[in-house]
Design a protein around this ligand. Structure first.
Ligand code: PGA
Length: 234
């Protein structure tokens, strides 16, 4: 794993957006694995800014989101489909037919493989070390599946996205597994802010897979970059 420490959210997001723009320009049919949460919001703003300024062509790009809540009504403002539309898709020229989310009716891993696999996977990280919704205890061999969210994740997401109301947060989600994530050709994990200090420090020390720290699976991939800001650094 390569670690790159940059000043703040702005610098980190510019860097990650720059990497994505380079890929989209060099490979007009690239497949991107995308993440939700607070972390990538600024990165997505830069992608939209670039689209408006430079008309970067997203028409043949395909995107595959990592996860989606289960149990929210379609169109719920906290569903990841709505989040992605508002934060990114409506601001670029991506085609709706090229946008994919996991759901319980399809084999997402087969679908991704049949589309040629993911060229670039963007990840955030939870304060408990989850990537996607692969909570501690997730198997290295895990594929896309229904997962139970931990109390910690429900609390964190309630505070960030559901006005602090834990009863509003779905208890389950469908998430790409650790094995699904490791299939990507390149992985970039973004960690921002003080709340990620402990997990970044754990990642820096990480040498092998530890089932209690899901992000440790990334030690098994040979093209992983961790971008983090000064606040996330000890
Ligand atoms: P965050 O979530 O970007 O809102 O911190 C990251 C995650 O839980 O994976």
């Amino acid at each position: 794993m390569e670690f790159i420490k940059l000043k703040d959210e702005k610098e980190c997001s510019k860097f990650v957006a720059g990497e994505i723009i380079k890929l989209v320009k060099n490979n007009k049919k690239a497949n991107l694995g995308l993440a939700t949460g607070s972390t990538p919001i600024q990165t997505y703003k830069y992608l939209i800014e670039d689209f408006n300024q430079n008309k970067t062509n997203w028409k043949k790009i395909k995107t595959f989101n990592l996860d989606e809540y289960l149990g929210l009504p379609a169109g719920h403002k906290q569903s990841y489909k709505v989040f992605m539309s508002e934060m990114l898709f409506e601001g670029i020229s991506i085609k709706p037919k090229n946008v994919f989310f996991p759901n319980t009716d399809q084999n997402y891993d087969k679908l991704i493989a049949s589309e040629g696999g993911i060229d670039f996977q963007l990840l955030g990280i939870g304060t408990n070390g989850h990537i996607g919704f692969n909570e501690p205890g997730s198997e290295l061999e895990s594929l896309t599946r229904i997962v139970d969210l931990t109390e910690e994740t429900i609390n964190v997401n309630a505070n960030k996205f559901f006005d602090g109301d834990t009863t509003e947060v779905p208890k389950q989600a469908i998430s790409m597994g650790l094995k699904s994530i490791l299939e990507a050709k390149k992985i970039v994990l973004l960690a921002l802010g003080e709340s990620k200090r402990e997990v970044v420090s754990k990642l820096l020390d990480c040498k092998e897979f530890d089932i209690n720290f899901p992000a440790s699976a990334l030690t098994l991939h040979d093209d992983v970059t961790i971008i983090y800001d000064e606040e996330a650094s000890i």
